[in-house]
Design a protein around this ligand. Structure first.
Ligand code: SAM
Length: 291
C-alpha cells in the first residue's frame, strides 16, 4: 500500500480506520516524502543495521527505514494505529511492531528478543514532542549498545542540545547530551511537512554516541546534580547555585579552589571539562565526609 503523501491522503487514511490525530500523543504525521527520505539518509543505514524506531505513527518513516536497514523494531503507544500500520507496512517483512510506551520500554530486552546477538543499533523517530528531552536522556543513559540517534524534535530543543557554553540556549540538556554523544543539527523542517501542522518549527538532529563519555568523572550522579543545580539557578553564581541545590554547605567553598573554577562564575559559562572538575571536587569533599 502506498504511503499517505499529502495532507488529504493522511486524513482519509485515518478516517478509513475511524481515527483522528491525537494531540495528547503528539500525533503530527509527516507526509512529505522528501523529508522522510532525508531523515532516513541521515543515519547512513545499511542492511547490517538494526533500527529502533520510536512512534511509527502511520508508518511513512518506518517504510523508508525498512527499505534501507536489515531490521526495524518500531515502538508505538497507540494501539488503535496497529491495524492501519499492518496495511501501510504490508510486504515489509523486516519490521516488528511493538505496542509500548517509549518512556518505560526495556530496550535491551526488545533488542535481545527481536535481534539476538545484535552488535549495535540506531535509534530513530519523529518524536512526540511531549517526551523528547527525558526520552533522549533515557536512551543515552540506557545500557544497550547504540551507535547513533536521529530524531525530529522541536527546533528549540535541537538548539538547546547543540548549544555551546555562553549561548543563551546552553542548558543542562546540552551538557548531559554532549557528555554521551556528539550532536549535530542536520536540517530544519517547517510545520507544513506535517498533518496536522504543529505550532512550532522542527529540526532533525543526529547524536553520534561516544564510546566513552566526553569527560571522566569520579561520580556520575554528582556530576549530573552539579550540572542541574548550575542551570536551575542559572542567574546565580556557582557558589549560590550549588548551595541552593543542596550540594554545598557553608564552609565547603574549598571545592572552588580545589577545582580551579571561580565561585563567582555562572554555570552557563562552563565547558563540560570544567563541570567535571567542579563535580569531582564536590564528590571528593563528600567522600572525605563519609570516611
Ligand atoms: N513517525 C510518524 C511520522 O513521522 O509521521 C509519527 C510521528 S508522530 C510526531 C509521534 C508518534 O509517536 C505518534 O504515532 C504517537 O502515537 C507516538 N507516541 C506518542 N507517545 C509515545 C510514547 N510514549 N511511546 C511510543 N510512541 C509514542
Amino acid at each position: 500500500m502506498a504511503q499517505a503523501n499529502s495532507p488529504t491522503a493522511v486524513r482519509s487514511l485515518l478516517q478509513r480506520y475511524g481515527l483522528a490525530p491525537k494531540k495528547g500523543l503528539g500525533q503530527h504525521f509527516l507526509w512529505q516524502s522528501q523529508i522522510v527520505e532525508r531523515i532516513a539518509d541521515a543515519a547512513e543505514l545499511t542492511k547490517e543495521d538494526v533500527v529502533l524506531e520510536i512512534g511509527p505513527g502511520l508508518g511513512i518513516l518506518t517504510a523508508a527505514l525498512a527499505r534501507r536497514a536489515g531490521l526495524v523494531i518500531a515502538v508505538e503507544i497507540d494501539q488503535n494505529l496497529f491495524p492501519l500500520l499492518e496495511e501501510t507496512l504490508k510486504g515489509y517483512d523486516n519490521v516488528r511492531l511493538v505496542k509500548g510506551d517509549a518512556r518505560q520500554v526495556d530496550f535491551q530486552k526488545l533488542l535481545d528478543d527481536y535481534a539476538p546477538g545484535y552488535a549495535s543499533c540506531k535509534v530513530m523517530g519523529n518524536l512526540p514532542y511531549y517526551i523528547t528531552s527525558p526520552l533522549i536522556i533515557r536512551l543515552l543513559q540506557g545500557e544497550f549498545h547504540k551507535e547513533l540517534l536521529v530524531f525530529m524534535v522541536q527546533k528549540e530543543v535541537a538548539q538547546r542540545i547543540t548549544a555551546q557554553p555562553g549561548r543563551k540556549d546552553y542548558s543542562s540538556l546540552s551538557v548531559v547530551v554532549q557528555y554521551f554523544a556528539q550532536p549535530e543539527m542536520v536540517f530544519r523542517v517547517s510545520p507544513h511537512a506535517f498533518c496536522p501542522p504543529p505550532e512550532v518549527d522542527s529540526a532533525v538532529i543526529k547524536l553520534v554516541c561516544r564510546e566513552h563519555p566526553a569527560v571522566r568523572v569520579r561520580d556520575e550522579e554528582i556530576f549530573f546534580q552539579v550540572v542541574h543545580a548550575a542551570f536551575r539557578y542559572r542567574r546565580k553564581t556557582l557558589r549560590n547555585a550549588l548551595k541552593e541545590g543542596g550540594l554545598l554547605r557553608p564552609g565547603e567553598e574549598s571545592v572552588f579552589a580545589n577545582s580551579g573554577i571561580a565561585a563567582e562564575r555562572r554555570g552557563e559559562t562552563l565547558e563540560l571539562e570544567e563541570f567535571a572538575r567542579l563535580a569531582d571536587a564536590v564528590a571528593q569533599l563528600k567522600e572525605g565526609k563519609e570516611e
